[in-house]
Design a protein around this ligand. Sequence first.
Ligand SMILES: *Cc1c(COP(=O)(O)O)cnc(C)c1O
Length: 363
Amino acid sequence: MPSRPIYDLRSDTVTKPSQAMRQAMANAEVGDDMSGEDPTVNRLEARCAELFGKEAAVFACTATQANQMAVRVHCQPGDELLINETGHVANFEAGGPAVLSGVSCRTIPGERGLLDVPQLRGTVRSDDQHLVRTRLVCVENTANMGGGYAWPLDQLARVSTWARELGLKLHMDGARLFNATVARGYSPKDLGRHVDTIAVCFSKGLGCPMGAILVGSKDDIRKARRIRKLLGGALRQAGIVAAAADYALDHNIERLADDHANARQLATMIAKIRGLRIDVDAVETNLVFFDVDPALGYASQLANALETRGVLIHDSGPQRMRACTHLDVRREDLPEVGRILAECVESGFRDRPGTQYGGFWRG
Ligand SMILES: *Cc1c(COP(=O)(O)O)cnc(C)c1O
């Protein structure tokens, strides 16, 4: 019996390296990166620094690691960082700021996972022995739980000016940064100008097996290297994975526009299914969030029903689902995905396993 196709829309983290990327990895020139002797890593770091208009860059294992390196670079124990209440650094990195840096996260409400000056105003504490020192602002681009929303450049400029006037540092968690540049048409340098450090993940939409980069000033990146070592993230012949990142920067950025178009098309199909609710216009990049009518059951039950029919979409809340398009989801697969979704909703899923607590957030 032919095996049934699986449509995996759980996350862009499920993307697998292509044959051409594997070829680039196999051919990579390598050395001991911890001694600064891996030419492929060195080239990638220089390329990324230049791309973002920064002085230096350091290769990291994951964006989580790069984010936590940045927190530790910018903050001292007892400091606090400001972040949108849905932010990855505060919510989905295993308590990293507290555990690794002794830093508390002050979460701020803000639309679509972003921050703006009106919400930030008044959050910086005065220099007083009673008070936590406010030190860093973290922004996320695209904002995952904000619906994959990309920062408008003028809003970033506003927040950056506000932060700099108050002597705060600004870090951008750009796990899906290139989805933002492709969707908005601004350049990595446009972003680099407004922030002190940026972390980018290579293993999401860019399709690499692993890797991330942290860019910033020479001094910040020198400190970050020491922290990377402390976190067990300093590598040896890392050129093999850096070559994948280098390949992705050449070949896998512009095509993110296809993922965005596919996400839009999927959203349009979802909008036609009775019992599901979606704001199609809010789908800007590759993340498609939609809500399940509570009268029909929980999102986790729908996820279970979909899985038995070969469509993998996770619940991300009691009634919320998140689908993610990526380079291993083909446009011609979408009608079938939409058909299965409609069929599952129509035939009911109340009998499926799942509870309101089934859902948790996915990378
Ligand atoms: C996935 C994600 C990360 C972490 O990336 P990893 O490389 O998987 O550690 C950080 N921030 C955001 C917004 C993410 O979506």
